[in-house]
Design a protein around this ligand. Structure first.
Ligand code: S3P
Length: 442
């Protein structure tokens, strides 16, 4: 599926200027595909992310019997089979690099009377699935084969799904979503209690399709989500906003490259995804929200970003769920700040597409930036500059690849990555978009 490694080099050039729109949100695109497949009828999706993670999820859903067609650029039509309506797939489902696609589909399959084998690439095969299987087994699914709670694994869906009350042991929107999707097939109320709120796209989209979902505050920072099972989900169109986690790359590049002034269009401003912008503003970044509006059920804005001085700060661990995917590029911003930035509570980064805590520290060090890992904290010693000149190992991780390219645009010497292929999992067209703003990537 992935051809040979394609190295990529970023080097300093003039300022970044102009306007751009990054691709559709990965979390929402994958949910639109999976939830659309669980409605009865046709769901139109516009602004879909056409990256590998979404495409692999779409293929898996087709193998489960849903009709999925591309009707135009970023326009997709999903013919749903209804809650519990998936058919037994003829072959293993291959999710490629997509943890979200795989874990959410595990949840959806757990509520159907079918058996399916889930697989993925070497990165996905190394990631923990046991945490998702635990609630799904309580609902009534059975894990038939799995090496050590990892892929490839075979799941037998529940014949009589049971509603459960589940408190995820780690803050994870994937875990919450998998449980809710399995709970769709159960009679009565499935409850997920999260002590730290995570991205709420699944809850919002379920409500959008007519499910009865109640969201209440829980403790100081958590939520209690109650879903009434066995709804008939009714298709309604979905407009996918631009992905704030993808916007983070051109955004940080514009903050760091002298003279830059960039506008990023239609970026989702969901507060549960807002930790990165809040943190950068605290560091002194000039980020203006223009044309704040509501689109497709989410707050969106155009972001104007200008280069300016940053200062090191302490980023509390409680903020991690709202910016979990943004730490690699935040660490790059921290390298160019004045003073030390301490990012606390990053344990979950160790089980992303790569061990992102180690990979982020390594990407900085190989480019002359001092970084330490202490326990689960990442500490970056900002010196307002980076030497660059390093070759970064990306470990099949799109965000490590893009963070390294952003570093190379601002460092004294060029930065190379061993492989740019995986960028296409979440940000197809990254190189072209960055070049359009004036970046030198080759
Ligand atoms: C996602 C949740 C996060 C995030 C991932 C997308 C989602 O993972 O890292 O890129 O769409 O639910 P966890 O739920 O494991 O933290």
């Amino acid at each position: 599926m992935y051809p040979h490694p394609t190295p990529l080099t970023a080097r300093r050039n003039g300022p970044l200027t102009g306007r751009a729109r990054v691709p559709g949100d990965k979390s929402i695109s994958i949910r639109a595909l999976i939830l659309g497949a669980l409605t009865v009828g046709k769901t139109r999706v516009s602004g879909m992310l056409e990256g590998e993670d979404a495409l692999n999820t779409a293929k898996a859903l087709q193998a489960l019997g849903a009709g999925i067609e591309r009707t135009g650029e970023r326009e997709w039509l999903i013919h749903g089979v209804g809650v519990g309506g998936f058919a037994q797939p003829a072959a293993a489902l291959d999710f490629g690099n997509s943890g979200t696609g795989c874990r959410l589909a595990l949840g959806a399959v757990a509520g159907c009377p079918i058996t399916a084998t889930f697989d993925g690439d070497a990165s996905l095969r190394s990631r923990p699935m046991r945490r998702v299987l635990d609630p799904l087994e309580r609902i009534g699914a059975r894990t038939l084969a799995s090496a050590d709670g990892r892929l490839p694994l075979t799941l037998k869906g529940a014949l009589d799904p049971m509603p459960i009350v589940f408190e995820p042991p780690v803050p994870s929107a994937q875990l919450k979503s998998a449980t809710l999707l399995a709970g769709l097939s159960a009679p009565g109320e499935t409850v997920v209690i999260e002590t730290e709120a995570t991205r709420d796209h699944t809850e919002k989209m379920l409500a959008h399709f007519g499910a009865d979902v109640r969201v209440e505050p829980f403790g100081s920072a958590g939520r209690r989500i109650t879903l009434t099972g066995q709804p008939e989900l009714t298709p309604r169109p979905i407009a996918v906003p631009a992905d704030p986690s993808s916007a983070a790359f051109p955004l940080v590049a514009a903050l760091l490259v002298p003279g830059s002034d960039v506008i990023l269009h239609g970026v989702m401003m969901n507060p549960l995804r807002g930790g990165m912008i809040a943190t950068l503003v605290e560091m002194g970044a000039a980020i203006e929200r223009l044309e704040e509006r509501h689109e497709g059920g989410e707050d969106v804005a155009d972001l104007r970003v200008r280069c300016g001085a940053l200062r090191g700060i302490e980023v509390p661990g409680a903020r991690a769920p709202s910016m979990i995917d943004e730490y690699p590029v935040l660490a790059v911003a921290a390298a160019f700040a004045e003073g030390t930035t301490v990012m606390r509570g990053l344990k979950e980064l160790r089980v992303k597409e790569s061990d992102r805590l180690a990979a982020t520290a390594a990407l900085l060090r190989v480019n002359g930036v001092a970084a330490d890992i202490e326990g689960d904290d990442l500490i970056v010693h900002g010196k307002t500059r980076a030497a660059g000149g390093g070759v970064v190992a990306t470990h099949m991780d799109h965000r490590i690849a893009m963070a390294a390219m952003v570093l190379g645009l601002a460092s004294e010497r060029p930065v190379q990555i061993d492989d740019g292929t995986f960028i296409a999992t979440s940000f197809p067209g990254f190189v072209e978009l960055m070049r359009g703003l004036g970046a030198d990537l080759s």
